[in-house]
Design a protein around this ligand. Structure first.
Ligand code: CAA
Length: 240
């Protein structure tokens, strides 16, 4: 039977590319979204991948959303925590809301989603979790104390959960993408982005598909010995 994969933030950018690649590779894929209804409908129209709406930053909504997905499609074996937002600002201008919202969605969402699937994975003695971190969680980034903290937090979370899942057939890994051609990156002021791309040895942004390839590799059953790892896919921008 096909493995069941849930991708958060899965109707655009890296999430959408991942959902499509998993589907093309034989997974039953469900994507979660919270933002733009029109974009989500267009995605499901194009791909026939079912979409379910909830806010990953909300604990109860996430538990209920995942329970409904499991009741409809079956237990989730494969979880991709991709949902994330940016609220860039230098710290001396950052509001509490800018700090809190990024921590709640990017890091809190990871907890809320994993918490909802982990007991089932432990019982079934199989699971694949991939958490999307960022190069900026490794290197830090000017204007992103909130985002860099959340994305670095994801790496610690990944390692701790990898230890807890190892004896139960559950692998937990992170991917740290570099600057990727997505809506999130195109919101960076053009002049700033030009400077960032100039610092990427490969000389360009990643495509979302290039990040999705890493996810597919990590969730494969043959990747059972890879756990607690952080896979950098950043065109050489930062070599940790
Ligand atoms: N390093 C050093 N100095 C910098 C700098 C940098 N990277 N960026 C800006 N500065 C300097 C500016 O030159 C300026 O100096 P002066 O005062 O001497 O002129 C000063 O800092 C203030 O800069 P701004 O005028 O740009 O300040 P601002 O408050 O208007 O904006 C900012 C600051 C919001 C951080 C803006 O620079 C910005 O949006 N930067 C992009 C941040 C970024 O890379 N975000 C990534 C989003 S995509 C993503 O996160 C995906 C992923 O995972 C990779």
């Amino acid at each position: 039977m096909a493995r069941i994969a849930l991708v958060s933030g899965g109707v655009s950018g890296i999430g959408a590319a991942t959902a499509k690649l998993l589907k093309a590779s034989g997974y039953t894929v469900i994507t979660n979204f919270f933002g733009n209804d029109n974009e989500a409908e267009a995605f499901t129209h194009e791909t026939a991948i079912p979409i379910r709406k909830w806010n990953v930053a909300d604990f109860d909504e996430t538990q209920n959303g995942i329970a409904a997905v499991c009741a409809e499609f079956g237990p989730i074996d494969t979880l991709i925590n991709n949902a994330g937002i940016t609220r860039d600002s230098m710290l001396h201008k950052m509001s509490y809301e800018q700090w809190r919202s990024v921590i709640d969605v990017d890091l809190g969402g990871c907890f809320n989603m994993c918490r909802a699937v982990i007991e089932g994975m432990r019982e079934r003695r199989f699971g694949r979790i991939v958490n999307i971190s960022s190069v900026n969680g490794l290197s830090g980034q000017f204007g992103q104390t909130n985002y860099s903290a959340a994305k670095a937090g994801i790496i610690g979370f990944t390692k701790a959960l990898a230890l807890e899942g190892a004896a139960r057939g559950i692998t937990v890994n992170a991917i740290a993408p570099g600057y990727t051609n997505t809506g999130m990156v195109s919101a960076v002021p053009a002049k700033v982005l030009e400077g960032i791309v100039a610092g990427v040895p490969v000389g360009r942004l990643a495509t979302p598909q290039e990040i999705a390839r890493g996810v597919l590799f990590l969730v494969d059953e043959g990747s059972a010995f890879i756990t607690g790892a952080t896979l950098s896919i950043n065109g050489g921008k930062y070599m940790a």
